[in-house]
Design a protein. Structure first.
Length: 223
């Protein structure tokens, strides 16, 4: 993404404001989607996979200006169990640091093909599919990563489809995820994630373009 450096966030406050513009609400995930509780993550922390392949919340590293996760759900109805969904926007200080985040997802999959999300939630049989710009139809991001696996939860049983899809655009990473249950196919999960992911990319570009125009206007006013 070509952008005026002056239009890109350089502080936590700027990054937080951008995230609020970009991250979707529940309606983006289609009919029936609602907020889960808690809806938003603690902005001072982010998840880290420990040596035992268990996800833990830790303080933000210095290379991250801001990050936010929102959680949603399509409640159980009829023959279908609940579908748990999420969106994550992270703003790094540099594109290189954002690239490392994508690389770490691959490393985590190879190190831990089984990962414990919470005490009652496990994902197994993980497999990651990375694509650089120009590969396999990727014409919209510097890098993309799709992680597929099986999800088991204490209240939904298992094994059910699991998807994590992440795109890196410059210093930004945009991710969506879905944890299935009875009655949900992998194709159903992809369908629910497609529009939110496209929408995040579009809003990111629109926000940067708006900031660029405002930066140009400020510069012209100073001449």
């Amino acid at each position: 993404m070509d952008a005026d450096p002056a239009a890109l966030p350089k502080t936590t406050a700027q990054a937080t404001a951008l995230i609020q513009d970009v991250i979707p609400d529940a309606a983006a995930f289609g009919p029936g989607a609602v907020r889960r509780t808690p809806y938003e993550s603690d902005p001072r922390r982010w998840p880290v996979l420990d040596a035992d392949c268990v996800w833990q919340q830790q303080a933000l590293p210095k290379d991250v200006l801001a990050t936010l996760t929102r959680s949603y759900e399509i409640p159980a109805s009829g023959a279908k169990g609940p579908l748990r969904l999420s969106a994550v926007v992270t703003v790094h200080r540099t594109p290189e640091q954002a690239d490392w985040e994508n690389a770490e997802v691959l490393e985590e999959m190879m190190r831990c093909s089984t990962q414990r999300l919470r005490s009652e939630e496990v994902i197994t049989s993980l497999n990651d599919v990375p694509n650089s710009f120009g590969d396999s139809g990727n014409a919209y991001a510097d890098d993309t990563l799709t992680e597929l696996g099986a999800y088991t939860g204490a209240d939904v049983g298992g094994r059910h489809p699991y998807i994590w899809a992440q795109a890196r655009i410059g210093q930004f990473t945009l991710a969506v995820s879905a944890k299935g249950s009875t009655g949900w196919s992998r194709a159903d999960l992809f369908d629910r994630l497609r529009n939110p992911q496209v929408g995040m990319r579009a809003r990111l570009r629109a926000t940067i373009e708006r900031n660029t125009a405002e930066s140009d206007g400020s510069t012209e006013g100073e001449r």
